[in-house]
Each structure stands twice: as structure tokens, then as C-alpha cells.
Design a protein around this ligand. Structure first.
Ligand SMILES: C[S@@+](CC[C@H](N)C(=O)[O-])C[C@H]1O[C@@H](n2cnc3c(N)ncnc32)[C@H](O)[C@@H]1O
Length: 316
């Protein structure tokens, strides 16, 4: 079977880790081809249009855009399978038959199951809740907006540990245009030692970013202070800084714990820390990091969100 995967980000990485080993993928596809991902070639969509294939799994969020481009190039719509389909109220997939044969029933059931039930009531066609290419997590985004309103009068900078392509950082920067925004990331993926036990697709997908790309995504890039490299070494010199809002999104246990240890003592009264993935079964290290931190420093005042990846909002 000739299977192609559109996208070289987290969706494609998770797919490779969970259901489709890279050896079974002919090539990854992007708008512009080039280089490789998980040892497989990356070709341009135009190139795929000239090939015979059985299934194109669309593993990125821009379902409409990719579908539009595919149909314009004459690719058969029934051979497309949208993995991130669950962020839309209407199922764009025409059939799951090939998907079941290729990816297995369990994976497909998850694909068409619970996530859509959570999101559909929150999504309307009229209001693009988070826009294409961003997180599409209504609860996370709207909670950030509400929190930023509460920050009036609370002194301190904003920061994010774990920026990746800047999807969430862009929103913080937009909502808090007057505040310095520290951005901590290697911008080359996880510490290889720390991510050694994770899936190869997960690790490789997070390399797909860069400082230039993130700055270009920010509405107020002049407010951003890039701290590139591995945290916590990149926090050196900021010991006297104070923070009003921190997004902790490092995914893994030791880096998350390092973030809690650095930021919590430096939070202004009235500030908030958003601990992403606290209730995400795929990333159990985040919860362990919080447990270790609370054992060290005592229990925190915190509210769990029912957003997509289980953020914990810590009130300081
Ligand atoms: C899930 S991504 C962040 C996603 C982003 N917050 C968003 O919502 O769009 C996790 C990021 O954490 C970064 N990261 C994890 N541990 C790190 C560390 N110790 N130092 C620097 N960056 C780290 C990785 O490079 C990766 O880009």
C-alpha cells in the first residue's frame, strides 16, 4: 500500500510513534518539499499529484487549506484522511475504511471519538476560535484571555518555557503587548538525554522550528527576549526578575520541575502559571514534576482546566 503523510510536525510524529512506523510511509509531504523527516523523504504536494497512491494522511491542522490544495491539483478527495479532523464540527473524512485497514480499529476509534465530543459544542463556524495553524484549543485560549484581563495591576514580565513554533507565545504577546515576553526553548527540540525514552516521532517533530520563525509569528516581536538553549541554564542572569504570567510547556519531567523551581518563587502576587499537559496521559512526567515540587515546597493553589491537554492553572 502506498501511504503518504502530509506534515512534519507533532501530528506526523505522533502518528509514526503510535500507529504507522516510518518504514511504511513512502514519503512525507509539505507545500514545499526537501530534506527528510524520520528518515523518509519530504516531497512537495505537486510531486505527489503525479504519483499513484492509496492514502494521504493529513497530520497537520490546516485541514481546509490542504484539502483545497489537493483538490486543485486533482488529487482524489476520497484518498485523504484528516487526522486533526476533530477540531472541526463537521467530519471532513469521507470514509474510514482504508484508515481502519492501515492504522487499525483502535487508532481510528480514538480519531473519531471523544475529542470531537469535547470540542464541537465549543466551536462555531462564525467565530474562528483559534485560527488555522494554531492550537485550536478553545478552553486554553479563552482561559488565557480571561487571565490576562485579571493581570491589570500585577507587575512582572511574561514568560514561556517550551515555545516550539510560538503558537501559544503569539497569543501571550498579543494579549500582553506592554510586557516583556521571555521565550525559553532550545528551538531545536528536547534535550536528547531527557527525551531518550520518548517516541522518535515525538522528539523529531519538535526540531521543526527556529527563532526566526517564532519571532515572525509574534505581533510584537520587539517585546520578546529569546533565551535559546537548554533550560534552566538559559535562566542565568534573571534571578532578580519578577513574573506575572508564565506558561510552562516543556512536556518532560525534569525540565518541568526546573521550570517550577525557577519561576514559582519569582511570581508576583496575583500572577498565574499555566502548567500545560498536567493532566495529559501521554506526558505523565508533568504531573510527577508537580508532585515532586509540592513535596518540596508545599501544596499550591491551583485549578485544573478541562482543555485539550489538561492545563493546571496555578494562582500565585
Ligand atoms: C510542546 S512544545 C511547546 C508548545 C508551545 N508551548 C505551544 O503551545 O505552542 C515543548 C517545547 O519544549 C521545549 N523544551 C523542553 N525542555 C526544554 C529545556 N530543558 N530547555 C529548552 N527547551 C525545552 C522543546 O524544545 C519544545 O519546543
Amino acid at each position: 500500500m502506498k501511504i503518504y503523510v502530509y506534515g512534519t510536525g507533532c501530528g506526523a510524529g505522533d502518528l509514526a510513534d503510535e500507529a504507522l512506523p516510518p518504514e511504511r510511509i513512502k514519503a512525507f509531504v509539505e507545500r514545499a518539499g526537501g530534506a527528510s523527516f524520520l528518515g523518509r523523504p519530504v516531497i512537495a504536494l505537486e510531486e505527489l499529484a503525479g504519483r499513484d497512491f492509496d492514502l494521504l494522511i493529513v497530520a497537520c491542522r490546516d485541514a481546509e487549506g490542504v484539502e483545497r490544495d489537493c483538490l486543485r491539483l486533482g488529487l482524489p478527495g476520497e484518498k485523504l484522511l484528516f487526522l486533526k479532523n476533530h477540531v472541526r464540527p463537521v467530519d471532513r473524512n469521507r470514509s474510514y475504511d482504508t484508515a481502519r485497514a492501515v492504522l487499525g480499529d483502535a487508532f481510528v476509534e480514538r480519531l473519531i471519538g471523544s475529542e470531537r465530543l469535547i470540542r464541537v459544542p465549543l466551536w462555531t463556524e462564525k467565530e474562528r476560535i483559534a485560527g488555522e495553524g494554531s492550537d485550536n484549543d478553545y478552553v486554553r485560549v479563552k482561559t488565557l484571555e480571561a487571565i490576562c484581563l485579571r493581570l491589570a495591576g500585577v507587575p512582572g514580565a511574561a514568560a514561556e518555557l517550551g515555545v516550539y513554533r510560538g503558537g501559544f507565545a503569539r497569543r501571550i504577546n498579543e494579549l500582553l503587548p506592554e510586557r516583556t515576553l521571555y521565550l525559553f526553548d532550545s528551538f531545536e527540540g528536547f534535550d536528547p538525554a531527557e527525551s531518550a525514552g520518548e517516541g522518535r516521532g515525538f522528539a523529531e517533530a519538535h526540531k521543526n522550528t527556529g527563532v526566526g520563525e517564532v519571532l515572525a509569528a509574534l505581533p510584537h516581536p520587539g517585546r520578546a527576549v529569546i533565551r535559546q538553549g537548554l533550560f534552566p541554564a538559559t535562566a542565568a542572569g534573571l534571578e532578580r526578575e519578577r513574573f506575572a504570567l508564565v506558561s510552562l510547556d516543556a512536556d518532560l519531567e525534569e525540565s518541568t520541575l526546573a521550570g517550577l523551581r525557577f519561576f514559582l518563587p519569582r511570581m508576583s502576587a496575583g500572577g498565574y502559571v499555566l502548567l500545560h499537559d498536567w493532566n495529559n496521559p501521554k506526558l505523565p512526567g508533568v504531573k510527577r514534576a508537580l508532585e515532586r515540587f509540592e513535596t518540596e515546597r508545599g501544596r499550591l493553589a491551583a485549578v485544573p482546566l478541562c482543555d485539550v491537554n489538561g492545563t493546571l492553572v496555578i494562582a500565585c
